[in-house]
Design a protein. Structure first.
Length: 308
């Protein structure tokens, strides 16, 4: 059974359509990434799913509950990690996790959660002494201590250095291995590509694409880049005819093609037949970021979403 079902979701503020007919499902145990530029309607959608914002119309089910009326039965089964949360500066991580833990009937151990997010050496330090990345780990700990079936992660690695980001990714992978469902919003396409089973791209309140990262790359039709080097004395006219045309930039030669396998075969067959060694031969396939930029087109970030 799906953990989340959204059908024809709308949210309007006067003439402003913050969410304009979204429909998608999230399966149990799935990491689902909701992507889009600022102002696309992501935050509004997530707040509706969390039960913190009423919808104008549409049907929504979260863990079998309507979030508008689910009440305590729903809130005890979800965890929320906000993009930015406030803490009492004089508490310690151990004290805050212990305090939040008491609010849930099903709970994880305080020290277990602190170890899980990598704050063991800071568990008794005052919050005011923690770095930005360490505070985000504390956010994660508070979202996890109730052992949620569904975890909402809003920009979970903003402000993290590369090492901290990788550790956060490992944490999400561990949750995935435990069968937890995760709804992730992020502006880091490599993060979505690494963590998510499926992604949905929202532009101006509307769903423009959904699927696995591989499916979106295939559907997008973005070109792959085939690059190589040839020995001195070889001219472009000596090479086989390849779709897209070959460009020479210094010592590197490259072409963009939507049929990289065929292009690579023609090129390497030509090289083998003439005894030519192709140096630095590589094929770079389009990334999720390439596809995302094509999908959002000329839509620029328009600042904070409407939350009135």
């Amino acid at each position: 059974m799906p953990a989340v079902v959204v059908e024809d979701l709308h949210k309007r503020y006067g003439e402003v359509r913050a969410v304009d007919g979204l429909s998608f499902t999230i399966d149990e145990g799935e990491v689902f990434a909701l992507l889009g530029p600022n102002g696309a309607g992501k935050t509004t959608t997530v707040e509706i799913l969390e039960g913190h914002r009423p919808r104008t119309s549409g049907d929504v089910s979260v863990l079998g509950h309507d979030p508008a009326t689910g009440g305590r039965d729903l809130r005890e089964r979800i965890g929320i990690v906000l993009q930015e949360a406030g803490f009492d500066e004089d508490f310690t991580p151990r004290e805050l996790v212990s305090l939040h833990r008491r609010m849930y009937p099903r709970r994880l151990g305080v020290d277990d959660v602190i170890e899980l997010v990598g704050l063991t050496d800071k568990r008794d330090a005052k919050v005011k002494t923690l770095s930005g990345g360490q505070r985000r780990r504390l956010d994660l700990a508070l979202g996890l201590v109730g052992d949620p079936d569904l975890l909402f992660l809003d920009e979970p690695t903003t402000g993290f250095d590369p090492s901290a980001r990788r550790k956060a990714w490992e944490l999400v992978e561990n949750l995935r291995a435990l069968g937890k469902t995760v709804l992730l919003t992020t502006h880091y396409m490599d993060e979505a590509e690494h963590l998510a089973h499926r992604v949905a791209v929202v532009v101006q309140g509307r769903l423009v694409a959904t699927g696995t990262p591989d499916q979106l790359r295939a559907a997008g039709g973005a070109a792959s880049r085939l690059s190589f080097r040839v020995p001195d004395g070889v001219a472009v006219s000596d090479l086989p005819r390849l779709d897209g045309g070959i460009v020479q930039e210094g010592a590197e030669w490259w072409l963009e093609t939507t049929e990289p396998t065929a292009a690579l075969h023609r090129l390497t067959s030509w090289a083998v037949g003439r005894g030519v060694e192709l140096g630095s031969l590589s094929v770079a396939h389009p990334s999720l970021e390439d596809v995302y930029l094509d999908l959002v087109g000329g839509v620029a970030d328009v600042g904070e979403e409407v939350t009135g």
